[in-house]
Design a protein around this ligand. Structure first.
Ligand code: FES
Length: 497
């Protein structure tokens, strides 16, 4: 059988050509198509989730998918399944969480993370006596750590979010946050490798590089959430110099024979060239592409764009039952000078246009007008906009506000389900006892961010409980308050050991 997982191969990148594969892999599109045309074997295509760096619609629309079986996760929201059904295929197998699917020689087990902010999945393959866990960028490290008998483990080791990438922090603060996030991610991946003890670990699923001249600076920042694989491998080696796990950074085209323990290097070796030099040469090859891209998109906006923006934000607000919990206003504007601002007043449930920000506590987002128009036209979703990294955000106070984040990145029709889910999770009453610094505390079991299981969290500095999924820290000596977000797990001292 042939199983192709998340083939992201298009030369146009993802998220309106904001992200590009690094090292470049476009030359492998023909190779993958040949595999899909191989009639001597059964062919499967696993797509983990809807993001364009995993679900590459342009590539799939050119590929011979008609004789292949798509294997995808079952999400509550139908958008992903609907999108997959547009491609010709022999079959589409939709798997629930922990559901097995029998394939020649073994089985595939789907692991699903179905949260409004994170609809993603991972796949466990058990074939011909060997096993591989592909966690890609699905952050269920707490669940993955319990899987036994994994020979090959692969997952994302870098970040991919607009915080702090797009926030207007002073450089020192930016580097401090980025370094903390990078280290948290490295630690989460390291813990999972330690728990799984696979024969091989393959760092994968990012980070991308940025070829649009307006984003190219991200490639060259001294510290950010996009470390290269070598940085993770150095971190891991420092922590576990004696580990038997072989960590291998493969280039596109390289192969691993896990049974024989052999790596075959046929890739371009672009990863081994000095990164700055490689990415400059890559960007130079895309100069014409972005000249044409800019000519096509920039400066072609309709006159009524801000009226349309206000109407869309009002539609979102009308679908947002938790709006009364947001105490500060949100401003959305173009990045162009003199653009009006759409002001979202959550408390009053109204959106209006203004020219100034009149409060000291507020949240603001500035978007290039052409990209704003793409959202309003339905060409990209609000979440895809956030992943273009072409936005600039500001927040005072500098505290993560889950409801404002939800309001920004979700489509209007997803906001009511988000609110329902949030309230369901809030109502989960399970409490656990954790010990830190020689004291015991009773706390909520499930993380206020996205329900990570805090019984699998780690204690740092003798007082902070760190969630295993995305690293939120709860200060047990401060009643369980989150150190970076407006949330708490209500920690109270306990007599239990
Ligand atoms: S679930 Fe995201 S940090 Fe806990």
């Amino acid at each position: 059988m042939i199983l192709i997982m998340d083939p992201w191969l298009s030369a146009e990148g993802a998220f309106d050509s904001a992200w590009f594969q690094f090292p470049r892999n476009h030359h492998l599109a023909r190779f993958v198509q040949t595999k899909l045309e191989d009639r001597t074997r059964e062919r499967f295509i696993y797509i983990s989730h809807i993001h364009g760096d995993h679900f590459d619609k342009p590539f799939l629309s050119r590929a011979a998918t008609a004789q292949a079986t798509f294997v995808i996760p079952q999400f509550r929201q139908p958008a992903f399944q609907d999108a997959i059904s547009m491609f010709p295929s022999r079959n589409v197998v939709v798997c629930h969480d922990e559901e097995d699917f029998i394939v020649p020689g073994g089985s595939l087990t789907m692991l699903v993370d179905d949260h409004e902010f994170n609809r993603d999945s991972a796949l466990l393959l058990r074939i011909d006596g060997h096993s591989m866990l592909n966690l890609n960028d699905c952050k269920i490290h707490d669940r993955a750590a319990n899987i036994e008998g994994v020979d090959v483990f692969t997952c994302q080791f870098s970040g991919a979010t607009w915080h702090p990438t797009c926030y207007d922090y002073p450089p020192e603060r930016y580097e401090q946050i980025a370094h903390q996030k990078m280290t948290q991610k490295f630690e989460a991946v390291t813990r999972t490798i330690e728990a799984l003890q696979p024969s091989f670990f393959l760092p994968a699923a990012g980070p991308p590089c940025f070829l649009d001249p307006t984003l190219a600076h991200i490639n060259f920042e001294p510290v950010n959430i996009f470390p290269r694989a070598t940085e993770f491998l150095e971190f891991f080696a420092e922590r576990h110099g004696s580990s038997k796990v072989k960590c291998v950074a493969l280039d596109p085209g390289d192969s691993l024979d896990a049974a024989a323990g052999m790596v075959k290097r046929v890739g371009s070796g672009e990863r081994r060239v000095e990164f700055r030099e490689a990415v400059r040469s890559y960007a130079a090859d895309y100069a014409d592409f972005f000249a044409e891209f800019t000519a096509r998109h920039v400066g072609a906006q309709a006159d009524d764009i801000y009226e349309r923006l206000a109407a869309e934000l009002q539609r979102k607000l009308d679908n947002f039952p938790l709006r009364h919990r947001v105490e500060i206003p949100l401003y959305l504007s173009g990045r162009e000078t003199d653009s009006p601002l759409a002001r979202v007043d959550f408390a009053r449930g109204v959106v209006g246009l203004t020219n100034d920000i009149s409060e000291t506590a507020y949240y603001s987002v500035a978007v290039p007008e052409w990209e704003l128009q793409r959202v309003l036209d339905g060409a990209i979703t609000w979440e895809e906009l956030s992943l273009t990294f072409r936005v600039v955000l500001h927040r005072t106070p500098d505290v993560y506000q889950p409801h404002i984040h939800a309001f920004l990145v979700l489509q209007a029709e997803d906001l009511t389900p988000y609110c329902d889910r949030f309230q369901e999770e809030e109502a989960r009453q399970e409490r656990i006892v954790v010990t830190a610094g020689g004291r015991s505390y009773e706390v909520d079991r499930y993380c206020r961010h996205q329900g990570g299981d805090l019984s699998l969290g780690t204690i740092v500095d003798g007082r902070h409980l760190v969630c295993p999924r995305h690293g939120w820290r709860y200060d047990l000596q401060d009643g369980g308050r989150c150190t970076t977000a407006d949330a708490t797990i209500s920690a109270v001292p306990s007599r239990s050991p």
